[in-house]
Design a protein around this ligand. Sequence first.
Ligand SMILES: [Fe+2]
Ligand SMILES: [Fe+2]
Length: 398
Amino acid sequence: MKNAISIADKVHWVGVRHADLKVFDDLFPTHNGTTYNSYLVQGGEKTILIDTVKEPFAAEFLSKIEEQVPLDKIDAVVVNHTEPDHSGCILLLLEKNPELLIYCSKAGENFLKQLLNRDFNSEIVSDGYELDLGGRTLRFILAPYLHWPDTIFTYLVEEQILFPCDAFGAHYCPNNLFDDEISEFYTDFHFYFDCIMRPFKDKVRDALAKIDGLPIQMVCPSHGPVRRSTGQFAIESYARWSVAPPEGGKPRALLAVLSSHGNTRNMANVIKAELETQGFEVTDFALSGMRDDDYRNALEQADVLVLGTPTIQRDAPPHVWHALSLISSVTPKSKVAAVFGSFGWSGEAVKMVEQRLTGLKYKFAAEGISFRFTPTPENLESCRKFDEQIAGTIHTRD
Ligand SMILES: [Fe+2]
Ligand SMILES: [Fe+2]
């Protein structure tokens, strides 16, 4: 993969390998490195580059393009997504070819202005817009939030090739480009979805609906192998992983609790029993020692998050903050919550957690409650009232 690789008539992969990458974006471990895929499409009249690569790989990238065409003969760059692992060489290309035209979404143009800090020629594409390259056609499909607001898919109509940027990708650095030339990379593919696309499952469903019925021979993502044999499998996998939470049946409450001395747990037990009386199916989680993925799955099924926390050293404990940090890694079914807890000295945690949830755009089904040390019978009665409020809010919402 030291050279450009032909993937179809006058369509070349001009990407680069980043085999020794250990953590992507300083966020996600990459067990098998990654690639930054870019594609050169030549029509009878226009030559188009679809995405670029991360800036440190510019020299290798440009030399692969120049194997096929001089840089000043590139007419335009399609920017499917502006994250720097794909837009990292646009500045360099503009320096070499200031007339270069950039096709992107409206959000993409805004982001690029701030990423590049220079003027550039651009054309904003609408959903379904078609660009005639001379004998072949690029069609653009808006796919916002897969995984940035700017994302578009590009489809080469005549060859039935989909270029979906990060969607259907994998952080996996193969020795050969095509899926049928390499060993299995399903685990990396699934992990990539889990890290990158899972917070946007509803948007994934929207994008899949747009490509439903589109004949697709090949899926050329921006990371990992080119799927010439398993494109449909990748699309079907996304459909399976993005399925909407079930509707109907009992409303579901996720009761997530940390209790250092048993007092918050005592409140939780009353809250759980009363929620069940009020018609909820309750999933009860101890936040200490929980499996992240079980909790994330439960968040995606729950109509309300009911979180119990003590106050330890004037704060909520780390496990509670960790649980809150996982919310943005999934697509919660609902952004409705209620918070409770016992405390000994100062009792800040419930308010702090409410503030964090407010920052995450949650609404509250009930006003938070907190009591000092062992809850009294009156306190426990307040827990039941707390549930009645939650039930009122959730049942009314339905
Ligand atoms: Fe990205
Ligand atoms: Fe990417």
